[in-house]
Design a protein around this ligand. Structure first.
Ligand code: URA
Length: 427
């Protein structure tokens, strides 16, 4: 094969053959196909698409570029969750231990944040001592009946190396937001990870990749088909990301909120989504548990016990105080009324600018930085009441963070249609 012929075929809207796909993915991984050639092919795919058969083959080729984990020796079912990414999405933290309580192991191989969406590993690294990198033997040990039964750690470099290379390239060539490429990227990693069941939390709204419901549904259906064909019991939920999840966005702030949920408290939207996803994971793994029982495991400390063991086994101290920002600033309501808008993208960009996220893969993040919210859309507020607290270690960042929030917040008179709609949505 010749890379130019493969690029030309997709440029001219032809279907790529299985052999072409196998060759180009393998040759790119080995460095035989150059970055500029793969960039052109990614753009041709972005513009002209791939059919389901091409996407399945592309996914399979990326899986075959690396190792595949195998948990069949554990003697218990496995289930994982993947979120397509959002603002304040700390659900993995309470979810993994909650599912493990019921005898289903959770291999949650995670990534770091890029841009305005947070990364699970960045959040956990705000816990003193906690380490993200584990060997395969350590992962198996965590998942076994003698371990906590759940693990959240870094995906090793051996899983889908073709995707690792391609994702970095897409990030710099405006070819990220494309259903065939996103679906194959996510599913190649999840199938290679070896989970038996998978629940996808596909986010829709301003703070998500997919801003529109139609696009999100197409992504969800594509990923469910890929997982199912690969023998993974796969389900998807479409969930709202027009406003942040919970009351915090930022690394240590989100861990604190996750610990509140594991202590039987925490914001209702975080608890509800945790319970909904846990229910789906357990039923997909063949061990259905009803909702009151899931809520009880959060309230009575069973999930917390698993969490503490998970943190300890990765050298973290579950009792250590989380770091706190030395500098804070408050944004308050100007008028009385109802908060009608608290835009996820605005809050995510503000948290990022405060230091919670990174612009390039190699940048460090601040554990302490982020945005704490004191009200959610639909809540009544009074003039002068704090709406948000901005946290950072570098106060020169406040100004740009405030700028990101300028159009992100709206308060309307209580008798306005906007206010009534926001109150109705909150219920
Ligand atoms: N997350 C991924 O892992 N890949 C994508 O392409 C987009 C989001």
């Amino acid at each position: 094969f010749d890379a130019v012929d493969v690029i030309a075929a997709k440029r001219d809207r032809q279907r790529l053959s299985d052999a072409q796909i196998d060759w180009v993915v393998d040759a790119y991984t080995r460095g035989v196909v150059a970055d500029e050639q793969m960039s052109a092919l990614a753009m041709a795919i972005y513009l002209n698409g791939m059919d389901r058969g091409e996407i399945a083959r592309w996914t399979d080729a990326m899986i075959r570029s690396g190792e595949r984990m195998d948990f069949s020796g554990l003697g218990r079912p496995t289930a994982d969750k993947h979120s397509t990414g959002g603002v304040g999405d700390k659900i993995t933290l309470p979810l993994a231990p909650l599912v493990a309580v019921f005898g289903v192991s959770v291999p949650q191989l995670s990534g770091r944040g890029l841009g305005h969406t947070g990364g699970t590993l960045d959040k956990l690294e705000s816990i003193p001592g906690w380490r993200a990198a584990l060997t395969n033997a350590e992962i198996l040990d965590m998942l076994s009946a003698s371990g906590p039964g759940a693990v959240i750690c870094a995906a090793g470099s051996g899983l889908a190396p073709a995707d690792k290379k391609l994702y970095a390239l897409r990030d710099t060539t405006a070819t990220v937001s494309c259903v065939p490429l996103i679906a194959s990227s996510i599913m190649s990693k999840k199938i290679a990870e070896g989970t038996g069941a998978l629940v996808l939390d596909v986010k829709v709204g301003s703070g998500a990749f997919m801003k529109e419901l139609d696009q999100a549904r197409e992504l969800a259906q594509t990923m469910v088909a890929l997982g199912t064909d690969a023998g993974v019991t796969t389900r998807a939920l479409l969930t709202d990301m027009s406003t942040p999840l919970g009351l915090t966005a930022g690394n240590a702030l989100e861990v604190r909120e996750a610990v509140e949920v594991l202590s039987g408290g925490g914001p209702q939207d975080v608890v509800d989504l945790t319970v909904a996803l846990a229910g789906e994971m357990l039923s997909a793994a063949g061990r259905p548990v009803d909702e009151p029982e899931l809520r009880a495991a959060l309230a009575d400390g069973r999930a917390m016990d698993v969490w503490r063991e998970m943190i300890r086994r990765q050298d973290g101290d579950p009792d250590a105080p989380l770091p706190v920002a030395p500098e804070t600033e408050t944004i308050s309501a100007v008028d009385d009324g109802v908060l009608t808008r608290l835009d996820a993208l605005g809050v995510g960009v503000a948290a990022w600018r405060l230091g919670a996220g990174r612009a390039r893969k190699e940048d460090p993040v601040q554990a302490v930085a982020g945005v704490e919210m004191h009200a959610k859309p639909g809540d009544s507020v009074r003039a002068g009441q704090p709406l948000l607290t901005l946290h950072t270690a570098t106060p020169e960042r406040f100004e740009r963070a405030r700028a990101a929030l300028e159009d992100a917040i709206a308060v309307c008179p209580a008798d306005s249609p906007e206010a009534r709609a926001a109150v109705a949505r909150r219920r």
